[in-house]
Design a protein around this ligand. Structure first.
Ligand code: B1M
Length: 213
């Protein structure tokens, strides 16, 4: 197997044997995010496909998730960091009912490496928790992540609850279940404030930077 194929295979097989050495090898020619968005994400997509076809069980998908997390942790110190002063504060959460957090945590890393202070509320975060967190520590934006189809609907509910609580900071949304169109048509009109869709973590950073300008 080529280096790229091996990196995808670690994720698909949920195996860490040789992973760190291969990540170091890849770092000689690629930037950390290229490795994550390239071979590692390719592996995750294959895991999703196999899982969908009942060829993997949840326990196996969890092992794949562990490989992805270990890889991101290993690559993190090599990511570019800007030493600008704090650009803004963002509350991040995976929405109620959803446990997927690898994408959200990647967004946290990218934003905090680029001058944002992040309050990461974790997974399965109910609207009430977001409202409380905002009241304790008002932020410049709220970031919601969700990977399940039902999470897209949960984001609409969350946005509505934030509006009812008279919190109108921009909301950044992302995750595989969403599309720009859904965001605009379903969340936008419900919420008095900006709702912006980010397709990946770098897009999230670009949007945050535009918001803070
Ligand atoms: Co789950 N799962 N899973 N899973 N899982 C999916 C999402 C699924 C598509 C797999 C499939 O069937 N093909 C499917 C959803 C189907 C649907 O709703 N239509 C699914 C399912 C069904 C489930 C369970 C219901 C399975 C079960 O129990 N029967 C269950 C759900 C539990 C729950 O949430 N209540 C479940 C559980 C799990 C594990 C726990 C085993 C594990 C998660 C571990 C963890 O996160 N700690 C898991 C995994 C790993 C996946 C797949 C394989 C990979 C997700 C991932 O980590 N990708 C996934 C299939 C897939 O996506 N290919 C799948 C890598 C990550 C970096 O990408 O999170 O998309 P992603 O983040 C991206 C962008 O989306 C974006 O930036 C990131 C990249 O830069 N982004 C943002 C994300 N959030 C953002 C927020 C932003 C901005 C950008 O601003 C705020």
């Amino acid at each position: 197997l080529t280096l790229e194929e091996r990196l995808s295979a670690y994720v698909v097989e949920g195996s860490k044997d040789g992973l760190l050495a291969d990540l170091d090898e890849a770092l000689k020619t690629k930037r950390p995010l290229e490795i994550i968005n390239g071979p590692l994400m390719k592996g995750m997509d294959e895991v999703g496909r196999l899982f969908n076809n009942n060829e993997l069980i949840v326990a196996e998908v969890l092992q794949s998730a562990e490989v992805m997390k270990a890889s991101v942790a290993h690559l993190e110190p090599y990511m570019e960091k800007s030493d600008t002063s704090v650009k803004g504060k963002i509350i991040l959460a995976t929405v109620k009912g959803d446990v997927h957090d690898i994408g959200k945590n990647l967004v946290e890393i990218i934003l905090s490496n680029n001058g944002y202070r992040i309050i990461n509320l974790g997974i399965k975060v109910a609207p009430e928790q977001l409202i409380e967190a905002y009241r304790n520590e008002p932020a410049d934006a709220i970031g919601l992540s969700g990977l399940l189809v039902k999470s897209a609907q949960q984001m609409v509910v969350t946005a509505q609850d934030l509006r009812n609580a008279e919190i109108a900071v921009p909301i950044l949304v992302g995750g595989a279940a969403l599309t720009r169109k859904f965001t605009k048509n379903r969340i936008g009109p419900e919420y008095e404030g900006l709702v912006l869709y980010a397709k990946d973590a770098m897009d999230g950073l670009d949007i945050a930077n535009k918001l803070m300008d």
